[in-house]
Each structure stands twice: as structure tokens, then as C-alpha cells.
Design a protein around this ligand. Structure first.
Ligand code: XIL
Length: 409
């Protein structure tokens, strides 16, 4: 059977999952992650508590474990989470003065950038800054950072932009902002004001910890489109769908919600990554008894797996849930031609992880169909689509970069 990863690669979308350290201790867990996903995030291992246990003393070992697994074993794309969050911080941070907190924030981001460079194609720079209280005057939540460091969001993004290579995408990530509602309106205002004030931001992460019965997929699309209209990328970053009681009909409903959200992402050009928070009900922060993820506690695919594969391949889903409509084909445009570069793209910005192709020209055709794609790296068998690529045109064999003619992008 086709895997999620193979089907997603053909669509040029990241299909990811959060993974945990100690993965090598559960061979089944590890093998399934590698087989089914082309993107991974550390569920906890790259947060402050793990990487910065004492002031000024860094421990990258756990975060490295997930990065190495993702890049070397999964041969996938690594997504960084996170550089600044108001919760789950080490005790030493909470007791600092406001001035010292700001200095610690800058130091932390700079050290993470020094160590990880462009290993992660995107980082959640600030996580969960906006309040859940719809009636509050102040849109920002009181946290370990706020109000002590009133401009901490700007500081975090500005520091990250200066410290990370320019192809690394900088994201704001939050929960309860999947569809259009008061909290997502506030996030929209926040990121729009950042753009207006030239604070560097590349995207918004929609966490999507939702429950059974969720039905506002139309609102999700409207929400993603408005962020896209600001020029931002959108990632679904932490999807899970929890149930208080579980039955055959819950499984069928859950499969439809997963499929509908994936379809909404595919239908929205700004949506580039679709990721669940874990992938097996055996290991989930929500608890196995909530059955939130696409694979069950015995690593068996639930109905959600085939419903998502059907969305990706456009073929009817087996079982009772009706098949979602297949995506409308991209209208044929004039075939673009590409310059070959002397080596793979330099300072490139990734749009996709590894796609499988039969030739260089097949990779170019995928690029032609992908919004924003202007270049690629390929050896004629693996293909990576890019939106930015520097380098000289000329002779090359094996792995080479290709760039749409006349564009330096
Ligand atoms: C959660 C992890 O899943 C738990 O294991 C941990 O105890 C707490 O953090 N929003 C986020 C994630 O951005 O980092 C959180 O992850 C879930 C909510």
C-alpha cells in the first residue's frame, strides 16, 4: 500500500509528525516514522528545558538526536520547535530580572542558530503568545516573558533573522487559531503589524489540537488564505483529534476530519506542511484513551491513514467515508525552461522534502506545478523543490541545481 510519505511527496507537501527522544529504544516506532513521514519535529527535545538547563550552559544532545534521526535515518526535513515559549521553561529563567531575561532570550536564539544553522528548514520562533481571553484589552498572554519583556516577540524574531541563515523560515505558532475566530483575528493583527513594522516573519503555525465533532473546515481555509494573502506560509503544526469515547463511528468521523483538513491544506497554496503531534496513540500527550492520532496504540493504521492517502492520491477511500473531491488540476501554462547550475543550489529555500521522480524533466514539471517554485535540486531520481537558489550556471553531472531561466531566485 502507498505510504503517507510517498503520496505526500507526489503532491509536493510535507507530511510530518512530532517524535520523541529514545526512538531507537522502540524499533517499531522508529521504523514507522521513517516509512510514513518526510518531516519531523522534536516533541520536547529542542525546547529550553532540554537545550538550556542552566543559564548559559547548553545541552544539545536530545535535540541533536531528533535532528540526526530526521536527516540521516528518515532522510526527511527537520522542523524546529521552539525558540521562545512562555511555559515549560527551566526554573532559572523565571527568577531573572527583566533585563537579564531579554539578554537570555537573545543569547539562547543565537546559540541555537550557531549550533543548528539551516538544519531545520523552519523554526517556531515564538510559541503561544496570544491570550485565550477574548474580552481582554491586551492581546498578549502573561507568561514567563510577558509583561517583563514587553517587546519579546519582536526581539525574538529580529534576533533569529540575524542569527539563522536566510533560508531558514521563521514562524509564529499557536493553538485555537486553526479557523477564523477571535484568537486567530488577534494573531492575524499581530503578524500583520510585524510585517508593517518590518519585523521579519515568514509564516504562521496552526497547532490544531482539536476534538471529535470538529467541522469548521471552511473557516480553516478562510483563515489560511488570509495569512497567505499577507505573503506568509502556513503550516499545520500539531494536529491531533481527541475523543472522550471511542467507537467505529468515531474512527470514521476522525478519518473524515483528517482528510478534510488535509484537503483544505492542499487547496490553499500558502499551506506547505501538514503535521500531527505524534503519530501513534501509543505515545501521545493527550493519552492513549483519547485515540487522537492516525496510527493506533499497536501501530496499526486507523481509517485516517487511508482517508489521507486518498486525498493525496485522488482515489476513492475504502470504507464508509465518502471520497473527497480530487484537487483541481493546474491549468497548463507555457513550459518554462531551466538553467543547469555547476552544483546544487546555494543558499536555497526548500519548498518540499524528497520527491521521487524518473528524470530531471519530471522534477522540473513538478516545480512548474508548485506555487512559488523557481528552482530545484535533483539527480533525476530524488527531487527537491526550492523557492530560492543561488549559484553559477554551467557543466554539472549527478546532483545538480536547476533554476528557471532568467531568474536569480
Ligand atoms: C507538549 C508535549 O507534547 C508534552 O509532552 C509536554 O509535556 C508539554 O508540551 N503546544 C506546543 C507543544 O507548542 O510544544 C506542546 O507539546 C503541546 C501544546
Amino acid at each position: 500500500m502507498t505510504t503517507l510519505r510517498e503520496a505526500a511527496a507526489k503532491k509536493g507537501i510535507f507530511m510530518g509528525a512530532a517524535v520523541n527522544t529514545g526512538i531507537s529504544r522502540d524499533a517499531t516506532y522508529k521504523a514507522l516514522a521513517q516509512k510514513q513521514y518526510n518531516l519531523a519535529t522534536a516533541e520536547n527535545a529542542c525546547k529550553w528545558g532540554a537545550t538550556h538547563p542552566q543559564q548559559g550552559k547548553f545541552d544539545f544532545s536530545n535535540c541533536d538526536e531528533i535532528r540526526n534521526f530526521t536527516l540521516n535515518e528518515m532522510k526527511g526535513t527537520f522542523r524546529g520547535h521552539n525558540l521562545c515559549w512562555g511555559s515549560y521553561n527551566p526554573g532559572w529563567l523565571k527568577s531573572l530580572s527583566a533585563t537579564a531575561k531579554k539578554a537570555a532570550l537573545i543569547n539562547h536564539i543565537q546559540e541555537m542558530a550557531k549550533h543548528y544553522g539551516s538544519d531545520a528548514f523552519a523554526w517556531d520562533v515564538v510559541n503561544e503568545a496570544v491570550t485565550d481571553n477574548g474580552g481582554a484589552q491586551d492581546p498578549l498572554k502573561n507568561t514567563d516573558w510577558y509583561p517583563d519583556v514587553p517587546d519579546y516577540i519582536d526581539v525574538a524574531f529580529t534576533t533569529a533573522r540575524a542569527a539563522f541563515p536566510k533560508n531558514v523560515k521563521l514562524f509564529y505558532n499557536d493553538y485555537n487559531i486553526l479557523d477564523k475566530r477571535t484568537k486567530s483575528d488577534r494573531v492575524y493583527k499581530l503578524v500583520k503589524s510585524m510585517i508593517d513594522r518590518k519585523v521579519p516573519i515568514d509564516g504562521v503555525g496552526l497547532q490544531a489540537h482539536i476534538g471529535g465533532g470538529y467541522s469548521d473546515v471552511a473557516g480553516v481555509k478562510v483563515n489560511m488564505e488570509r495569512f497567505g494573502a499577507l505573503g506568509l506560509d502556513v503550516h499545520i503544526t500539531e494536529l491531533d483529534i481527541s475523543y472522550n469515547s471511542w467507537s467505529q463511528s468515531s474512527e470514521t468521523e476522525q478519518a473524515k476530519i483528517y482528510a478534510d483538513l488535509l484537503q483544505a491544506c492542499l487547496d490553499t497554496p500558502a499551506c506547505k506542511s501538514f503535521e500531527t503531534w505524534g503519530f501513534t496513540d501509543k505515545y501521545t500527550w493527550k493519552g492513549t484513551n483519547k485515540h487522537p492520532l492516525p496510527f493506533d496504540e499497536n501501530f496499526k493504521p486507523k481509517a485516517a491513514v487511508s482517508s489521507m492517502i486518498s486525498v493525496l492520491t485522488g482515489s476513492p477511500a475504502p470504507g464508509p467515508s465518502p471520497s473527497p473531491p480530487s484537487p483541481s488540476p493546474t491549468p497548463p501554462g507555457p513550459k518554462r525552461s531551466y538553467d543547469r547550475l555547476t552544483q546544487t543550489c546555494l543558499n536555497a529555500a526548500a519548498i518540499t522534502g524528497k520527491l521521487s521522480v524518473g528524470s530531471v524533466s519530471e522534477c522540473e514539471t513538478l516545480c512548474d506545478k508548485q506555487t512559488g517554485c523557481t528552482s530545484l535540486d535533483t539527480d533525476g531520481s530524488d527531487c527537491y523543490l526550492k523557492s530560492h537558489c543561488e549559484g553559477q550556471t554551467g557543466q554539472c553531472s549527478g546532483w545538480c541545481g536547476y533554476r528557471v531561466k532568467t531568474l536569480i531566485v
